[in-house]
Structure formats: structure tokens, C-alpha cells
Design a protein around this ligand. Structure first.
Ligand code: MN
Length: 280
């Protein structure tokens, strides 16, 4: 067994996207541009409607998966493939954009607290050619492990023989929402080849047996490769554990398009401009 250590601790940067939605970005910045297969991680959260009300009007994507996880508030989603849905607290939308989709993500609330995450996962070159598909996972359908010390929502992956909502996926992802009572331990085994991170949402934790690693929210904690993860809570804590198998292909970023080469990004821009983008 190879205990997992901290690789890097990153303070998210405050930025905005869409039509001016304020968010904290922690992957997809100058500090960590790409943590294969993860391209971006945003936490959006505010009690001020001005920070979110303009939402994300129609925009295209190609070559990536977007995983949206709502903790608070409501969002409405519409896409060019006819998909439509309203996301409520605890819901997940896991979208594989493949060769292209145009969608909008707009708040379905006028006030109150909005809080959630969007993760971008890269797709390998062969899957970037696929038709888009999306999986909508209702909060109450997400498998959950619970005992006196912790509660784990298993969005993807497996914990204690409970399989998550997303299976048969090329990067074999783990996506857990973990709540740990004060002074408890969360142990988990991770495939050694994976890249993994923890996003601490609330509380204070330690990772592994290193001294002086009291970490407080909101922080991105990139983990070294290994297979034995141990998280200890100093206070009642909540964090996301996300892990996946690297794709190991060159990437070319062009905003909402992530391809293998510059030429493919140019092609995506051209397809979008001439209206042939999301035609199947
Ligand atoms: Mn989008």
C-alpha cells in the first residue's frame, strides 16, 4: 500500500464566466491548467442574485464532458439536442458534449443562495467525435453510504460495494460528496494510475499522516499518485473527492472547445460560425 500525500494546495481564484456569473476557479488557471483528465473546476456560490442572475446564455461545447452538481438553488438547462431540465439541490447533470452541443444554463431562481460546482473532464480523440449525450441524475437517485461517522454521495465510482450513478466510463471516475463528522477518518483506495484531488467545501481536514497539513475551506488539494487515501476531520467537514484515469493525449484549448490540435479548435470555431456546429 502506497499512502497518498498532498501534491499541491491551490487557493481558487475569483473570476466570472457566462454573462457575468461570479465563481471560484481552481483547475483551468495559470496555477494548474490541466490535471489530466480534468480541465476545469468552478465553484459558483453567492447569496447575491447580481452575482448569478445573468447565467450562461446559449454557448457551444465540443470535446469535453461537463459535470454540474448543485448544492443549493435551481438552474434550468436547455440544449440543441432537445434536452431540457431543471436542476434542484443535490442534482447532477453529466453531459458528454462529444462533437458538439449548444446549450444554456440559466438560474431558475430570482433570489436566495446559489451554490454548486462544474467540472470539465476531457474526452479522448475517438470520443470527441461522438454524438452528445447527457445523463441527468436526480438527487434522491444518487446512491449514498451512511454510518454514524460519515455520509457519502456516490455520484461516480464505488464505495463499500455501493456503485455510483455513473458507470462504464472511459476514465473510470470517482466523484464523491463526503461529509465527515468531527474527529473521524475517511479511508479510500484509489487506482495508482489515477489523478485525484479533494475540494474542501467546508471544515478543516488533514490528509495522510503528515503534520502541519490543517486545511481549511475552500481549497483545491491535488493529491500525489498512490492508492491509500486517508482523510481526518478536525471539525465537521464536507469535501468532494474526484479521481480519474489520465487520457494522455495532447490538448488544444479554445474556450468552450477542447480538442487535440489547434486545427481542430479552428474547425470548431468555423463550424459554429457557419451554423453547421450542432447538426447531427
Ligand atoms: Mn456550458
Amino acid at each position: 500500500m502506497n499512502p497518498i500525500k498532498i501534491k499541491q494546495i491551490i487557493d481558487p481564484i475569483e473570476t466570472s464566466d457566462g454573462a457575468g456569473v461570479k465563481l471560484k476557479r481552481s483547475i483551468g488557471t495559470s496555477q494548474i491548467d490541466y490535471f489530466d483528465p480534468f480541465l476545469m473546476l468552478d465553484e459558483f456560490g453567492s447569496e447575491n442574485p447580481e452575482d448569478y442572475i445573468k447565467g450562461f446564455p446559449p454557448h457551444p461545447h465540443r470535446g469535453i464532458e461537463t459535470v454540474t452538481y448543485m448544492l443549493n438553488g435551481e438552474f434550468e438547462h436547455k440544449d440543441s439536442a432537445g434536452g431540457q431540465g431543471k436542476m434542484s439541490p443535490g442534482d447532477v447533470q453529466w453531459m458528454k458534449t462529444g462533437r458538439g452541443i449548444i446549450h444554456s444554463e440559466m438560474p431558475a431562481m430570482e433570489n436566495g443562495k446559489l451554490h454548486g460546482f462544474q467540472l470539465w473532464i476531457n474526452m479522448p480523440s475517438d470520443l470527441k467525435k461522438n454524438k452528445p449525450e447527457y445523463l441527468y441524475i436526480d438527487s434522491e437517485k444518487i446512491p449514498c453510504y451512511q454510518d454514524n461517522e460519515k455520509s457519502i454521495k456516490i455520484i461516480a465510482g464505488e464505495y463499500s460495494y455501493i456503485k455510483g450513478s455513473v458507470t462504464n466510463h472511459n476514465v473510470n471516475p470517482t466523484y464523491f460528496d463526503v461529509e465527515l463528522e468531527e474527529g473521524k477518518i475517511f479511508d479510500f483506495e484509489i487506482p495508482e494510475e489515477n489523478n485525484s484531488f479533494i475540494y474542501l467545501v467546508e471544515g478543516r481536514i488533514r490528509i495522510g499522516d503528515e503534520e502541519n497539513n490543517d486545511l481549511e475551506s475552500s481549497k483545491l488539494i491535488l493529491l500525489e499518485k498512490g492508492n491509500k487515501l486517508m482523510v481526518a476531520s478536525e471539525t465537521k467537514s464536507k469535501f468532494l473527492l474526484i479521481s480519474g484515469k489520465p487520457i494522455r493525449e495532447p490538448i488544444a484549448r479554445g474556450g468552450p472547445f477542447v480538442m487535440n490540435t489547434r486545427e481542430e479548435v479552428q474547425q470548431a470555431i468555423q463550424d459554429f460560425n457557419n451554423g453547421s456546429f450542432a447538426k447531427y
